[in-house]
Write a protein that binds this ligand. Structure first.
Ligand code: UDP
Ligand code: MN
Length: 347
């Protein structure tokens, strides 16, 4: 009898750390399915070791090894390297059915019921809901489908430059054909979508099953004060504040308690007791260049108290920032403040 598995992908150490948190979150919620991590050649040995203790299977994928169709596609579209790697999930033919989850997602409850769905089931994309978001999807591994996808890729490219564009063009009846292939949004809740419809989040947010840290800034770009349990050091990026602080904290709590000990064992470091934890971060698009890696050993940074406190901004300046889409969601425009304001309106 063939099995069923959750599958994720990491081509470098940053995403590998995301994959570890995802794997731990699925274990914490007692999945009965197998866990598979596809990893690229740039994932370093200590991260591989940590992945091995969380995942049932850690499989190296090298796009150049995957046969003629893949090589052809790659030669024509060098920009689609990571995307082609993601399509590798269809080659896991020792499983009957799988659920792919991006390495920047995290399970908030048991989601094994997803295996009752058919290929290709996915949740709407918050930016264009007639497209599905490819951060969480149900699929059936098949060499034939894999080959078709690669050929499609080579012939058509991707309208968004990534896997989501290809998959939406390939599974192009998703929006209209079969409502059972529409996963509820709570199976792929983009943390940035929360603020575009806050009352809905207030009303339905407690049903969230998977959070997806979609966008340029990922949880591992922040730091974490292990003593206070607070996420600190928001990166200087206008988008960064949009990650919901509660989910960020859940991610970091999982990283600090379940992932760090594994990494420390793998690196042969001393266990940490206090201080600020960091996971490395770079611009997403540069992360795959060989020799471009940040030091991957988890570091303990100076305590939070030494960090400069943010400058106060005038209300006019704040309004301008809002209008430019640069909200300070962990500061003045924090979720709690917005919620308070909203409550006063609703009353
Ligand atoms: N990914 C990876 N290395 C990269 C970029 C992406 O392994 O350099 C994988 C990883 O599983 C990631 C997925 O591809 O979650 C999709 O990329 P990302 O989550 O960054 O895109 P977004 O969801 O923000 O559009
Ligand atoms: Mn993602």
């Amino acid at each position: 009898m063939f099995g069923e598995a959750f599958v994720t992908l990491a081509t470098n150490d940053n995403y590998a750390k995301g994959a570890m948190v995802l794997g731990c979150s699925l274990r914490e919620h007692r999945t009965t399915r197998k866990l598979v991590a596809l990893i690229g050649p740039h994932v370093t040995e200590p991260c591989r070791e940590a992945l091995h203790s969380i995942f049932d299977e850690v499989r190296s994928v090298d796009i150049m090894d995957s046969g003629d169709a893949a090589q052809l596609a790659l030669m024509q579209r060098p920009d689609l390297g990571v995307t082609l790697t993601k399509l590798h999930c269809w080659t896991l033919t020792h499983y009957d059915k799988c659920v792919f989850m991006d390495a920047d997602t995290m399970a908030l409850s048991n989601i094994d019921e997803l295996f009752e769905r058919e290929e290709l089931s996915a949740a709407p994309d918050p930016g264009w809901p007639d497209c599905f978001n490819s951060g969480v999807f149900v699929f059936r591994p098949s060499v034939e489908t894999h080959e078709k996808l690669l050929t499609f890729c080579a012939d058509n490219g991707s309208f968004d430059g990534g896997d989501q564009g290809i998959l939406n063009s390939f599974f192009n009846t998703w929006a209209t054909a079969d409502i059972s292939k529409h996963l509820p949004f709570v199976y792929n809740l983009s943390s940035i979508a929360i603020y575009s419809y806050l009352p809905a989040f207030k009303h339905y947010g407690r049903d969230a099953k998977v959070v997806h840290f979609l966008g340029k800034t990922k949880p591992w770009c922040y730091s974490y004060d292990a003593q206070s349990g607070e996420v600190v050091n928001r990166p200087q990026d206008p988008e960064s504040g949009r990650l919901h602080p509660d989910y960020l904290q859940t991610w970091w709590r999982m990283y600090a308690t379940s992932v760090m000990p594994l990494l420390q064992r793998a690196y042969g470091d001393q266990p940490f007791n206090s201080g600020v934890l960091e996971a490395s971060c770079q611009e997403k698009l540069q992360q795959d260049k060989p020799g471009d890696q940040m030091p991957s050993s988890p570091t303990i940074a100076p305590p939070t108290g030494t960090a400069p406190s943010p400058r106060r901004v005038s209300s006019e300046e704040r309004k301008q920032r809002w209008e430019a889409g640069q909200m300070d969601y962990l500061g003045d425009d924090s979720f709690a403040n917005i919620e308070r304001k909203l409550d006063s309106f609703l009353k």
